[in-house]
Structure formats: C-alpha cells, structure tokens
Design a protein around this ligand. Structure first.
Ligand code: HBI
Length: 352
C-alpha cells in the first residue's frame, strides 16, 4: 500500500513538542515499511524522521488542545500549518491508497468526507474538548472503520464502548536494552505540562528520599518553575529531552518509572519504553497505562492521585522481576505486532 501520514500540528517531529505522536508515527511507519509498504510523512518544517521521507510544510503551529478549556471554539492561526498540510494532502491524495491523520484537530476530521481517498484517524488523546468530541463522534458515525484509538479507556472518554478499534502502540525493541542492575533512581518521562502531574512524582521522591530523574521537554515553563519553587529540597534531577538511545541507556538503570497522569492518558508510550528496558512501571490506575501494566507482575497500578499509593508501591519494587517487564514488551508491544494491527486496519478500509 502507499500511505500518506499527516503529522501533529503542534510541533515539528523530533522536537518533543509532539509528545507521544512523534514516537507513534515513527514506529508505525517503520513497522509498515518493513513489510514493503510505502510511507510518506507530511509534517511541519524542521521535522526530522530517520529513514522515512518527510514532506515539510511551513506555517504557524496549532495551540495544543489540552491546554484549552473544553468549550473553546475551534481556531486556526493565520497561515495555519494544519491547513497547509491538509491542502498538500488534498493535492497529492490520488498518489496514495489511504491518508492517515495523527493530528488531534478539528479540520482533518471535518475534511474526511471531502477527500476522494479514505482518511483514517488514529486519535492521539482522550476527550479534551466539546468541539473535538463532536467531530470525532461524527466521523465515527459516518466512517466507523476509519477511526482508531490507542486504548479502551481513551475510547471510553468519548462515550464509546468496546466495539471501537484499539491499536495499542509499539516501539522498536531493538533500540532498548534490558537493564539488570538498578541504581536507586526513579524515573519520570514526558512532556512537562500540568496534565502530566509531575509534582506528584516529585513529592513521592521527597517522601522516599529516592532521586527522581526527569526526562522530557519542558513544554510549560511556568509549570516547571512552580514545581521547582514549591519543592526546593526534593531529590530531583532534570536530565532534558533525550534521543531514544540516550534515554534507554539511563532509563534501564532506574529502579522504576513513575507515571502520574492527571488526565486520561490515551496510551502511555513511556510505559512500554520502560518495560522494554526491564524497568517496572508504577502508574495511576487511569487511562492507557492501566491497560499496559500487569499489576504486581510488571509494576503496580495505584489509586489515582494518591501519593501514598506511589510511596507504598515503591516500597514493594523488589517483588517485581525485571525480566518479566522485558518479556511483556516483547509479547505485546513489538513493531511486528503493531505492524499486524495497522496493516489489518488499512486493508479493511480498502476492502470496503
Ligand atoms: N493539540 N491541537 C492539537 N493538535 C495536536 O495534534 C496535538 C495537540 N496536543 C497534543 C498532541 N497533539 C500530541 O502531544 C499527542 O501526542 C498527545
């Protein structure tokens, strides 16, 4: 198949601003290329994606939807990169079998019936706004096969039952090395923004006295500076936004990954990155991570927003066999498994 992937509108690929979608696009493209399909990615200028042709499109970025209130109107900046990417997709659609949207934006969902080629959507977040809910549900009603989610918990936030297609996610396991010897450090990985509730992990580090290594892009500077002001004595170390090679090298030595999402995480790519390194995951029982972590076997699922829950789980980490973590990643989250799921999705669309 010839597939056109249209990327997120909130940042160039490789900057970390696109969050999980950056990894998702890279891994699905790689998994399908390995099976002989042709992929082209359309993304904002400055995007970098090794081994996959990228058509860079200029224009002004969208405001991240999760930073807005639920009832905000849809807005596009002047010279919108989102609109420019979809104008390009419209012009070249005849060269492709399926166009795949990875942006969490109103426009691509609205445009679906206007395209002559199928426009498939992999929804990257849970419900965050009324306007997006409406256009996503509308697309599902009109084109039920064209919409897919990462987890059932994410789909449920749109009021959808198990009948929807959930693809999970995947990583290139060959890039992640199992880490036997654990340092005492804990890890936290993600865009540093309020919905990720980094402060909870910082308080857990303070209570346990265990150093928390923080990896990821500082997306909300004021939020980060507030954490530093509120917890001046917490044992934290901000490492920065690393490449996968550097991240896995440091992550594999950590005792556990803490996942403290305040919102319903659509999936939680960082959870499968940790498992691939043999690192147990301690996560709130909320959203995608609750469908990833095998409680008591590859980590712990704790009461959402409970710092005590995090601290109690940290005390039980010696119950977890790090090899079980790596084995779960190999069983459920390999590129091959994701290639199967996505190839099946696009083939079913083409059969209709
Ligand atoms: N917001 N408006 C908008 N469009 C996106 O594509 C988008 C977003 N917020 C977050 C986001 N994409 C990515 O970080 C996903 O990985 C969550």
């Amino acid at each position: 198949m010839k597939l056109l992937f249209v990327s997120t509108s909130v940042g160039a690929l490789g900057t970390g601003l696109g969050g999980g979608v950056e990894l998702t696009i890279k891994n699905i493209a790689q998994a399908l290329q390995q099976r002989g399909h042709q992929i082209q990615v359309v993304a904002p200028t400055e995007s970098v994606l090794t081994g996959i042709p990228v058509r860079e499109i200029s224009g002004n970025l969208q405001v991240p939807a999760q930073t807005q209130d639920r009832d905000v109107p849809i807005c596009l900046p002047d010279n919108s990169v989102l609109a420019n990417m979809w104008e390009y997709a419209r012009q070249v659609q005849a060269d492709f079998d399926v166009i795949v949207n990875f942006a969490y934006d109103w426009l691509p969902f609205y445009l679906t019936p206007f395209f002559s080629r199928p426009v498939a959507h992999l929804v990257s977040m849970a419900s965050v706004s009324n306007a997006m809910d409406r256009v996503i549900k509308g697309a599902i009603a009109q084109f039920p096969d064209y919409i897919a989610f990462h987890s059932y918990a994410q789909a449920a936030t749109f009021g959808l039952t198990d009948s929807c297609r959930c693809l999970g996610n995947a990583i290139d396991l060959s890039l992640y090395r199992f880490g036997e010897i654990a340092t005492s450090n804990l890890a936290w990985i993600g865009r540093i923004a309020p919905e990720k509730a980094l402060e909870d992990a910082v308080v857990a580090a303070q209570k346990t006295g265990i150093t928390l290594k923080i990896f990821g892009k500082i997306q909300d500077k004021d939020y980060w500076e507030k954490i530093c002001r509120d917890y001046p004595d917490a044992p934290i170390e901000y490492v920065g936004f690393l490449s996968t090679a550097q991240l896995q090298q440091q992550l594999s030595q950590c005792q556990a990954l803490l996942m403290t999402p305040r919102w319903v995480e659509a999936f939680g790519n960082v959870a499968i990155e940790a498992l691939a390194c043999g690192v147990p995951v301690i996560a709130y029982r909320r959203g995608g991570p609750s469908e990833i972590v095998r409680d008591g076997e590859t980590g712990f699922l704790v009461e959402p927003d409970s710092i005590t829950g995090l601290v109690d789980a940290i005390a039980r980490l010696d119950e977890i066999d790090r090899h079980a973590c790596r084995e779960q990643a190999e069983q459920e989250f390999s590129l091959e498994a994701m290639g199967d799921r996505t190839e099946k999705w696009f083939e079913e669309i083409l059969q209709k």
